[in-house]
Design a protein around this ligand. Structure first.
Ligand code: ADP
Ligand code: MG
Length: 610
């Protein structure tokens, strides 16, 4: 921009990262763009008609950006956005007209009301999720519409509220439009930055993979409620400004149909970004204006309008900005990654208790005793294997350990602390890390971002939670599994085996007290298995305690010092590796009636699922 050539770094690997260089430049450019837009809004002599369209677009866009947060970032549906929009609008309308309060006081009142109602609605329904959430938000929307129409003494009923006051400095249309544009720009900026914040990352993680988010230490429920409340707040903000734009509001402007319009705008523009929200809002407000000349022929207008929307959605499923943004990203040059540090893992040696104590653990699914009174103890340091034929209850045990299933009976202690009643994110917070049998990564993120979420684990003990420390930690974890060079690539570009490694790095980054690995060798080719064995050894050498499930007996007998064997949900053996592998019950469980050879025969091979 300045015309002076950028200094070429002698060593691109250790060159300072760009935050000091890239980010403020973008922000400055954005600020300049906003200043121009605000200036144009304030000074261009628009006709009253155009002015109305622009004010509607600006205030609607704020509410649609609310959907970017709740639906785009967090993946939760909200079909009551118009109701929250109405709450902000009525706060400004009734406040300035009936109560004679200043606009500047009414607006925040509306925001707080929308925020509280959003939080309450979210808190009471987000545990349900999916279709229920959609149903409940629709009901909320309908109830609010009924209140606006029928509570006549307060809301003025269907007649609506006329003569709404604008704030002192912004009484004429031009300056008020400038105010709306300024607020829109600020909101768009905040939401644009959001995905890279801790809360934003948590929201994306919940959207991408709830189970994985929970076991990585994210409070799923709290994250969803926050997203929902922020979405409602932005709708309230848009609504408050909307009331001032038209100085007249009525219930039909905040009906369910409008909620659908908001949703369509978000999906059309691209729900993943505030830019999409602005594009979608602009288009849906402008297309009807462009098609005005068709109004002579009844029906044709609606048909073309509907067709245009369908075509866009079909050919750009990620919305218009989702489509354009991808092209832009492809053009952007890749930054050189800084050199990764060595990964530190600290073990809490203060407590003498074993790392994990499992006592009489049971998990029944109806009549099926998937896990039946299983007890074992994992001591500090080294690798403990949990083995058994397919369907013997290994994964179920791990799911109970990490809190995804509530046990039917039994107790769990981690570092001497009873965690039996803990939620998954609380167990993660106590130091339990895990990977899944069928890999669960956050699909929309880069490898680095996945691992940053792991590093963010509450109570990890060694990682400062500023962005630079988290990224350095994540790079160190990726370097440990050998993927440092590919840190910034999207998850989809990794092979199956490498995705496994990213998942392990994600857990390692959180400095776990105990790492649970569910069949890490499954689906790997033989050279990948060799590499995995080496990785397991290096982790153990760092003093990490690992509980591993695997079918591959070569791998298990190579790395594990201790083995617990399950069969039909019951513990059939437990002890030092060499001894356990010789026990007749174990050989029987694996080989059935065909075990005519000597003790331990066949166990050195890769056993097929029973
Ligand atoms: P493993 O990991 O040892 O192969 P699992 O723990 O996955 O075995 O399964 C143990 C048994 O529990 C199997 O019979 C399986 O079908 C059953 N099971 C596992 N999860 C569920 C569930 N969510 N609902 C009902 N049955 C289940
Ligand atoms: Mg399993």
């Amino acid at each position: 921009m300045t015309g002076s050539p950028r200094p070429v770094a002698a060593d691109p690997v250790s060159a300072p990262r760009s935050p000091a260089r890239g980010f403020p430049l973008g922000t400055l450019a954005y600020a300049a763009l906003v200043a121009v837009a605000v200036f144009l809004a304030a000074t261009t002599p628009f006709s009253g008609y155009v002015l109305n369209i622009l004010m509607q677009a600006a205030t609607y866009a704020i509410a649609v950006i609310g959907l970017t947060v709740v639906l785009g970032l967090c993946g939760q549906i909200n079909l009551a956005q118009a109701a929250f929009f109405g709450i902000g609008a009525y706060a400004v309308g009734l406040g300035t007209v009936d109560l004679g309060i200043s606009f500047w006081l009414c607006l925040p009142i509306g925001l707080v009301l929308a925020l509280i109602l959003g939080a309450v609605l979210g808190a009471s329904t987000l545990r349900l999720g999916g279709h229920y959430l959609a149903m409940v938000t629709i009901s909320f929307q309908q109830i609010l519409t009924l209140i606006m129409i029928n509570w006549i003494p307060v809301t003025h009923g269907p007649d609506g509220v006329p003569n709404i006051k604008r704030p002192g400095l912004f009484t004429d249309g031009q300056s008020y439009l400038a105010l709306c544009v300024l607020v829109l720009a600020a909101v768009a900026y905040a939401v644009w930055r959001m995905p890279k914040t801790r809360l934003g990352r948590a929201m994306r993680a919940v959207r991408d993979n709830e189970l994985a988010a929970g076991v990585t230490g994210i409070d799923i429920y709290r994250t969803k409620v926050m997203a929902f409340a922020i979405g409602a707040l932005l709708a309230g903000l848009g609504g408050g400004l909307f009331a001032g734009s038209f100085t007249y509001i009525s219930p039909d402007q905040f009906s369910f149909a409008e909620s659908v319009v908001f949703l369509t705008m978000a999906l059309l523009g691209g729900v993943g970004s505030p830019v999409g929200a602005v594009i979608g809002t602009g288009l849906l407000i402008l297309i009807p204006e462009w098609l005005r000349f068709l109004k002579e022929i009844p029906g044709l207008y609606l048909a073309i309008y509907g067709l245009a929307v369908i075509l866009i959605v079909v050919f750009m499923p990620e919305g218009i900005w989702g489509f354009l943004g991808d092209q832009v990203k492809r053009l952007r040059p890749r930054k050189a990654a800084p050199r990764a540090q060595d990964l530190t893992l600290t073990q809490d040696a203060a407590t003498a208790a074993p790392v994990l104590e499992v006592e009489g653990l049971s998990k029944h699914f109806g009549g099926l005793k998937a896990v039946d009174e299983v007890s074992f103890t994992v001591t500090r340091g080294g690798i403990h294997a949990l083995i058994g034929p397919n369907g013997s209850g290994k994964t179920t045990t791990l799911n109970v350990l990490s809190g995804l299933y509530t046990p039917t009976g039994g107790r769990l202690r981690l570092n001497g602390r009873d965690i039996t009643r803990f939620a998954p994110h609380q167990r993660a917070g106590s130091g339990l890390g895990r990977t899944f049998q069928n890999i669960r990564l956050f699909r929309s993120m880069s490898a680095l971002e996945n691992v940053v979420i792991g590093a963010e684990r509450p109570g990890n003990g060694i990682v400062a939670h500023d962005r630079a420390s988290l990224e350095a930690r994540a790079r160190a974890a990726l370097a440990f599994v050998g993927l440092e060079a590919r840190a910034d690539e999207p998850i989809s570009s990794f092979s199956y085996g490498h995705q496994r490694l990213v998942e392990i790095a994600r857990a390692l980054a959180g400095n776990p007290v105990l790492l649970l690995l569910d069949e890490p060798a499954a689906g790997l080719n033989s050279s990948e298995k060799v590499a995995l064995t080496a990785l397991l050894r290096r982790m153990a050498a760092k003093g990490l305690t690992i509980l591993i499930i695997d079918h591959d007996m070569t791998l298990v007998s190579d790395v594990a010092s201790h083995i617990t064997v399950l069969n039909f949900g019951r513990r059939i053996a437990d002890g030092v590796t060499a001894t356990v592998l010789r026990e007749p019950a174990v050989i029987e469980a694996y080989l059935g009636q065909e075990s005519t050879e000597g003790p331990g025969a066949g166990l050195k091979t890769d056993l097929a699922p029973a």
